[in-house]
Design a protein around this ligand. Structure first.
Ligand SMILES: C=C(O[C@@H]1C=C(C(=O)O)C=C[C@H]1O)C(=O)O
Length: 272
């Protein structure tokens, strides 16, 4: 599967948030085949063996068997993230139904954790299908992530939570939404190195990437740059790992992940 003759299959998130992580990877001579999809689909494809490495929701890392986090490139935040929000039609304490963006797994679990631990509610869940309009959804609260959270349709929200901000205020730790993960048996040194170089190149070219992408997302270059620079955070360091572990502990407490998983940060040390 992963020899010189067959390129590894690598899957990345299709949202704007991932552009800095895949900088320069679209060339013909990339050492792997790169595809793009929603985070939840990437997780399913990795677990089915349809991908070898993927940028998967962090909760999914704890659900997989012998998965390895292979780089210190990630999608995280140190405060408000802007593109992960819960829109409340009722005050949070009165929420009985929660609709979860079908593209999400990490934020879906985070929404349940925050509502249970901070407000004491465990609402009935429903899916908000990809491509559906949240105005047609009658749930008391709606989680949106990624591109569709950037320009949400106007609804009568009495309160909006930015989940990055809510997490950081609550725990004092960064939040990690997604990491590059390999399934067992895949040789990843070359891939990990290339993915970290892509991220580093992305960081050096944030302004140019923002200029190129902004019009496609109906943003100004400066809004797009701010999103990359001030909201998102692309490096998994010790504090981020602490945030990830804290999130995992809450997930275990609520039965959203099995206990006893120890993070395996395989090739992360290559970079730092
Ligand atoms: C910051 C974001 O992070 C994401 C949220 C994810 C999730 O909730 O499962 C997974 C990958 C990221 O795309 C976002 O989508 O806006």
């Amino acid at each position: 599967m992963n020899d010189a003759a067959t390129k590894a299959r690598v899957g990345a998130v299709r949202y704007l948030n991932t552009k800095p992580l895949v900088h320069g990877l679209d060339g013909e001579n990339a050492p792997f085949e790169l595809s793009f999809d929603y985070p939840s689909h990437l997780a399913d494809q990795l677990s089915l063996g349809l991908l070898d490495v993927a940028l998967i929701p962090s909760i999914e890392y704890f659900l997989g068997d012998n998965y390895r986090i292979i780089t210190d490139a990630c999608i995280g935040c140190l405060g408000p993230v802007w593109s992960v929000k819960i829109f409340f039609r009722t005050p949070p304490k009165q929420v009985r139904t929660l609709a979860l963006d079908e593209g999400s797994r990490t934020s879906a679990a985070l929404a349940k954790i925050l509502l249970a631990e901070r407000v004491g509610v465990m609402p009935q869940l429903q899916a908000l299908p990809l491509g559906s309009d949240m105005r047609d959804c009658e749930a008391d609260a709606i989680l949106l992530i990624g591109d569709r959270a950037i320009h949400p349709p106007a609804i009568d929200a009495v309160e909006v939570w930015d989940l990055g901000e809510t997490w950081v205020e609550w725990t004092g730790l960064p939040f990690v939404f997604a990491t590059w993960v390999a399934r067992p048996g895949i040789k990843t040194e070359g891939i990990a190195k290339r993915l970290m170089e892509a991220r580093d190149g992305g960081m050096e070219n944030l302004h140019a990437i923002a200029e190129r992408e902004a019009p496609r997302y109906q943003l100004t270059t400066s809004e797009c740059f701010q999103y990359f620079h001030d909201n998102l955070h692309f490096t998994l360091g010790p504090q981020e790992k602490a945030g990830l572990e804290r999130y995992y502990q809450y997930a275990v407490k609520l039965g959203l992940a099995p206990s006893g998983r120890t993070p395996n940060y395989d090739d992360c040390e290559i970079a730092r």
